[in-house]
Design a protein around this ligand. Structure first.
Ligand code: PMV
Length: 325
């Protein structure tokens, strides 16, 4: 009744931004990400007959409150599926992703939790099934089951059976780099959950966002297949800006950006003026991720580290999928 799994976080190049079903976590659009080797969560789940409730320990600290509730509610899904109601678990996680700062720690977190739980219960799930389960913990996490380049296919069904992630290209297909630029370690004001709901319900730009997505998806897949960095970078950066534009059109309007976020976007665009191909993307937080090719690493890192407001730069290669101990 014990399982351990390690999963990496992922960064979306085509963003998931909106749910059509909040309970099952079904998205309004398909999304595409790169799995990152630098940022991961390792989780052990042990179901124990002697426990009266679940216990969740993250980085050696016992977790209570909302984060605890999310984990224990999520374990209920598995208990229900495996007919183990009333059997509680000790969940122990270590995380090297700064929590709630736009780094999708929930992605590696829920992927590792789903993997470890399914091992602990010996469920023998296929990757597809595991991705479906993971989706219900945190949407973007369903892409972290696989390494390389991954698409979360939105699906159409109301029960979510056709909403899961698939690998588009394996880890060794293409050596691109992602620099995660930490501008602030503060907790964000508007969670992705709240931000998505507000934009879906109120943003005057939301329809434009949705309409532009099929073309972005087609272009990025072609770019990944052909290893056309400019094609991939351009569409990823534009997709990110469109996603963030929806927040300006919401009621009340909001943004995840800080002044240093915008100044870093300009720094990246200035790199291109010097013929250095680098593009940015940003999730539901102020931090910026920069994609570039390995041959430009020195120059890109030197520039990012010297930029205003930068606390830390974490470099990742394309990462592997979920693994077990
Ligand atoms: O899965 P969540 O609730 O952490 O939402 C993630 C949303 C974005 O990071 C902004 C985009 C994405 O596709 O990862």
């Amino acid at each position: 009744m014990k399982g351990t799994a390690k999963a990496h976080t992922n960064i979306a190049l085509i963003k998931y931004w909106g749910k059509r079903n909040e309970k099952l976590i079904l998205p309004t659009n398909s999304s595409l990400s790169v799995t990152l080797d630098g940022l991961h969560t390792e989780t052990t789940v042990q179901f124990r007959e002697d426990l009266q409730e679940d216990v969740f320990v993250l980085d050696n600290k016992e977790v209570t409150g909302v984060a605890y509730d999310r984990v224990t509610n999520y374990l209920d899904l598995f208990r229900h599926y495996a007919n183990k109601q009333g059997v509680f678990a000790e969940v122990t996680s270590t995380n090297n992703v700064p929590t709630a700062a736009g780094f999708a720690s929930s992605a590696s977190g829920f992927a590792a939790l789903a993997g470890a739980t399914s091992k602990a219960l010996d469920l023998q799930l296929s990757d597809e099934d595991l991705s479906r389960f993971t989706r219900q913990g945190s949407g973007s996490a369903c892409r972290s089951i696989y390494g390389g380049f991954v698409e979360w296919q939105m699906g159409e069904r109301d029960d979510g059976q056709d909403s899961f992630a698939v690998q588009v290209a394996p880890q060794d297909h293409w050596d691109i780099r992602v620099a995660a630029v930490v501008l602030t370690a503060e907790e964000k004001d508007v969670s992705s959950r709240v931000g998505m709901r507000r934009t879906v319900e109120t943003s005057v730009f939301y329809d434009g966002w949705l309409q532009s997505l099929p073309k972005d998806m087609e272009t990025i897949k072609e770019g990944i297949r052909d290893k056309d960095f400019e094609m991939v970078g351009k569409v990823a950066e534009a997709n990110c800006l469109k996603m963030h534009a929806t927040t300006f059109g919401a009621t009340p309007p909001f943004t995840y950006w800080q002044d240093t976020t915008m100044s870093l976007m300009q720094t990246v665009q200035n790199l291109r003026k010097k013929e250095i191909p680098a593009y940015f993307t940003i999730d539901a937080g102020p931090n910026v991720k920069v994609i570039y090719l390995p041959e430009y690493e020195k120059e890109v890192l030197r520039t990012l580290e010297a930029a205003r407001g930068v606390e830390k730069v974490i470099v990742s290669k394309v990462g592997a999928g979920i693994s077990y101990k």
